[in-house]
Write a protein that binds this ligand. Structure first.
Ligand code: PLP
Length: 380
């Protein structure tokens, strides 16, 4: 099997700890272990924890806490995975065969696209349209869906645009899937990191052939725990457990216990409130920066997530832009091509606000130098 490099993950892994100003992250400043052990009994529990094998699919109690995040879900609808990445991997591995077609929302975290192509499936983009404020054009659906469509893969709230699907779009997408018996996978890992208003409703409950993936990496600020999950029909969750046995097999024991603490309802609410206060506080920096460059950049405010997505009309190649910012200015952004869309770039605003301001200043310098060079070239 040929697999293509997962450029986005490799770009961040290689450079995030080597650049001066990393604004490539998509989550908020992570919590510490101490933040989770905020009562003495919890600290004692962790110190006395025997590092045996945990329940491989997640304990019933933890799966019940995960299921409680979804309407009418129960522990048997859930399986614990190593991050949302493993959740997406397992569903793709279970479903996809050579010759299948996958309708894939773009731009996006392109993991499922890469996996689908590796498994011999054909990927058909369901583009989010900037002129629709990053909503999909539902009129495109009939053309994309055929009898070979096995899966429609969505990211809601979307990485990188931060847009969320309307109830009407969700209904239309599920109805289109139902026509050909396709599955829907909704990656909802950014759910809970809304800048304003209600938590984005899960797709759960909209369709019977549905998987919702999620985890603690983004809205909970706990990416280092590597806690993810899949919510699905119990018979499919049972099948996925077999695939999980062949993949990570089990979570780590500290992961299992710390995830259980993080999802305790009162603590869960405090963690989500912290995330929402960070994104609310930092986003105006991104909005004002876009306004300052309104002749050059396009930007539609995200509904959720600590990520801002910018387009530009200058013809810069986004991979080159990312490379030049890294090498010349010590700034790590995510170039749009790594998210399936050249001509755009993504900035994470959930980290340190001073780092963010400094990095934006360096991007200003780079953009000014670029336009100077372009003007000089024109004058020649
Ligand atoms: C949409 C989406 N899904 C999944 C992941 C992977 O999440 P995790 O770190 O929980 O494996 C990411 C990470 O950036 C993501 O953006």
């Amino acid at each position: 099997m040929q697999i293509a490099p997962f450029e986005l993950e490799r770009w961040q892994s290689v450079w995030e700890n080597r650049v001066e100003l990393n604004i490539s992250e998509s989550g908020v400043e992570p919590l510490t272990v101490r933040d989770l052990l905020d009562d003495p009994a919890a600290a004692e529990m962790l110190l006395g924890l025997r590092l045996g094998y945990p329940q491989t699919n997640g304990t019933e109690e933890l799966r019940a806490r995960i299921a409680a995040l979804y309407p009418n879900a129960r522990a048997e609808n859930a399986i614990l995975t190593a991050g949302c990445a493993e959740a997406n991997f397992l569903v793709s591995w279970l479903l996809l065969e050579p010759g299948d077609e996958v309708v894939f929302m773009l731009p996006n975290y392109v993991q499922i696209q890469g996996l689908a192509e590796s498994f011999g499936a054909t990927v058909k983009p369901l583009w989010l349209r900037e002129k629709l404020r990053w909503a999909p054009d539902l009129d495109e659906l009939p053309r994309l869906i055929t009898n070979k469509t096995k899966l429609i893969a969505l990211c809601n709230p979307n990485n990188p645009t931060g847009a969320t699907l309307t109830a009407e779009s969700i209904k239309a997408i599920c109805a289109a899937a139902a026509k050909v018996g396709a599955y829907v996978l909704a990656d909802e890992v950014y759910r809970g990191a809304e800048l304003e208003g209600e938590t984005t409703p899960s797709l759960w409950g909209n369709y019977d052939r549905l998987f919702c993936t999620g985890g603690l990496s983004k809205a909970y600020g706990l990416p280092g725990l590597r806690t993810g999950w899949i919510i699905g029909p119990p018979t499919m969750i049972d099948k996925l457990w077999t695939y999980h046995d062949y993949a990570s097999m089990a979570p780590t024991m500290p992961t299992e216990k710390l995830a259980f603490l993080a999802l305790q309802p009162a603590r869960n609410a405090r963690i989500i409130a912290r995330t929402r206060s960070i994104v609310r506080k930092h986003y105006p920096i991104m909005r004002d920066w876009a306004a300052k460059h309104s002749g050059l950049l396009t930007h539609i405010p995200p509904r959720a997530g600590a990520i801002a997505w910018y387009g530009y009309n200058t013809g810069w190649n986004s991979a080159e832009m990312g490379e030049e910012l890294r090498t010349q200015k010590g700034v790590l952004i995510v170039p749009g091509n790594q998210l399936g869309m050249d001509g755009y770039f993504r900035i994470g605003f959930g980290g340190d606000a001073e780092v963010l301001q400094k990095a934006l200043g360096r991007i200003d310098e780079w953009m000014a130098e670029k336009s100077e060079k372009a003007k000089a070239k024109e004058a020649r």
